[in-house]
Ligand binder design. Structure first.
Ligand SMILES: [Zn+2]
Ligand SMILES: [Zn+2]
Length: 236
């Protein structure tokens, strides 16, 4: 926070955007500590393939993953996409709420550390947005950079591009999602990822259609060995 922001915070004590209480010490950017701690982190057992929260550990795979295989090796997510988490991810798009990024970043690093870290990963690729303007903010890229800094891994943000202006996946029905992202990604340059292992980073995982399309483009054109996925939030 700079001096002016601190002064404004003293004069006009800001309130939590979720519940309206005055923000105190335990605030997380624009949310109070209580709302933030209501976010449901994904804890074991979760599906070993797609990271979905499971109720019992009798089966390592969820019903969806037993029915169909993904192109990516696996997905891990930090939190369940509902309630405060859903609202916070949408707020993060707005410029004055970018401070949420630090808290999302820390949440992501914790989730990765408690699920085996990033051993064997060589580089990170964020899921790209369709760029209308150069300044458009990509929250997946912000997250990828936080994770890359923490684990000291390079973030390759120009390799994968979105060539179609797709609709947000979480607004669509299950059937529409695959169609929406089909052929939407391609490789921008001939940089080779010979036999390297990639961590693909996105904000929300719904059915995995976006992660599959990105994996298809990466494995098809770069020579990468495998793609693992990390997403901030996972639909139920
Ligand atoms: Zn609150
Ligand atoms: Zn699954």
């Amino acid at each position: 926070m700079n001096f002016l922001e601190e002064l404004l915070d003293l004069v006009f004590v800001p309130s939590c955007l979720e519940c309206g209480v005055k923000l105190g010490e335990e605030r997380r950017a624009c949310l109070c500590g209580r709302c933030w701690s209501s976010i449901r982190l994904i804890e074991p057992p979760s599906c070993v393939s797609c990271g979905k929260q499971l109720r019992s550990d009798l089966e390592p795979l969820c019903g969806d993953c037993r029915a169909a295989k993904h192109l990516f090796t696996d997905n891990r997510s930090a939190a369940v996409y509902d309630g405060v988490m859903r609202n916070a991810i949408h707020l993060f798009k707005y410029k004055d709420k970018r401070k949420l990024g630090r808290w999302f970043g820390e949440m992501s690093v914790q989730a990765l550390l408690s699920s085996g870290g990033l051993a064997g990963i060589d580089c990170i690729i964020p899921v790209p947005i369709y760029r209308k303007k150069h300044r458009d903010f990509n929250q997946s890229e912000a997250l990828a950079r936080f994770i890359g800094d923490w684990f000291r891994l390079p973030v390759l943000s120009d390799l994968l591009v979105r060539t179609k202006d797709t609709r947000p996946q979480h607004e669509l029905s299950r059937g529409e999602r695959r169609q929406n992202v089909r052929g939407a990604f391609s490789l921008n340059n001939s940089q080779k990822l010979d036999s390297r292992s990639v961590l693909l980073v996105d904000d929300i995982f719904t059915t995995g259609a976006t992660a599959n399309e990105c994996t298809d483009a990466i494995l098809g054109g770069s020579g990468a060995r495998l793609v693992r996925v990390f997403t901030l939030a996972r639909g139920e």
